[in-house]
Design a protein around this ligand. Sequence first.
Ligand code: PLP
Length: 433
Amino acid sequence: MAKKKKKSAESYSLTSLLIHGQSRDKHWDYRHHVVPPMSCSTSYRLDSAARGAQGFAEFGADSSGEQKAPIYIYDRLGEPTRDMLEEALATAERGEIAVTFASGMAAVAAALNVCAVSDEHIVAHHVLYGSTYSLLKNWLPKFRIVSTLANLNDAQELQRSIRPNTRVVYFETPANPNLELIDIAAVKRAVDAANALRKPAQQIRILVDNTFASPFCQRPIEHGVDLVIHSLTKGICGFGTDMGGVVIGARRFLPSLLSYRKDFGGVLSPKAAWPILVYGLSTMSLRVKKQEQTALAVAEFLAQHAKVAAVHYPGLPSFPQYALARRQMTDYDGNFAPGSLVYFIVKGSLTKSRKLAERLIDHIAAESYTITLAVSLGQVRTLVEHPSSMTHSSVPLDQQVHEGIDPGGVRLSIGLEEPGDLIRDLDHALKKI
Ligand SMILES: *Cc1c(COP(=O)(O)O)cnc(C)c1O
């Protein structure tokens, strides 16, 4: 029975696979459950010394193609609910394997640490998630892993930044907060050219934080990158209830990722894995599709508003990288999938627009029913924030401007409300400034 189901499952759409799973009885015998159970056991009965020894020997080994259940020993090494989530996440990104972590940052740290060791070098795009920037700047240098921040959309700058000891090229696309895209294929071409002259141990890996797009809108592995990272906390969990992270890629990365997780210890709790698997992944396609329709309506409304200087939404034909967005961001059915984040800039000089954006946010916080002032993204509720004074406030103002973080910029993460309600609340707040 199980075998038959697994064989035929691959021919179904990813949306259906994320609801039904791939191998419903490999990790745990729950054939008679409709919903995967949440397992809560930090250690596992081993039956005999020999079985215990076998369990340790098999840890981290490639179990693909095996139909027998793995020997579980201890939660931090491996655990069935999390394993089921990892299988679904690998499916969602079209990767071979996925390893989850306690948070997105734990996943970022793991991916970088398994790809670079001391005296090696990382090239990263200059616009990065704040904690990733701090990890590169403040912590990895303690392991003698140094980074160069560069504009990865500038092919020459990328080429110039690559050193003999470079092992990683790292970026987010769309980038936070202004939704600038990185051309994945162009970076891949540059890295391939550098790798052609290198021995296998010196190859440069491409790592992409795909959190902003979600796997529904963009699968960088299809464009040739080595590892994809997600903060599961955002659009994959989708309800704002649980934190998590994941690294997805080729099977050859599995032993080092599992060993890193075992020893650094940032495991995802099965109690957090369960809602991400049961509620998050199974509804992701539905949620993101609706969010995209609403995001386009909101972006179109903002684009014609007299108090708005510019709107960045990859789905708007006026988006500067619209052609790239259409090439790179596609959903599971091949449709254009520009995501659920919208960034817009309030009209005015640098100092004036910053004040107006803060006032707009305050009006929204005080009076809007459908838009919530809060960080994070990808939830069922629409969230708004002012990057210049909030998420990106650690970047000095002149550097903000240089990096495309406008003082008057406002970031919206679109939820599942009716578009008309969001537009009404935005219109009301814009009238007040
Ligand atoms: C939130 C976020 C992270 C960090 O994830 P946590 O789950 O908060 O640790 C990393 N990258 C991006 C792009 C994010 O939005």
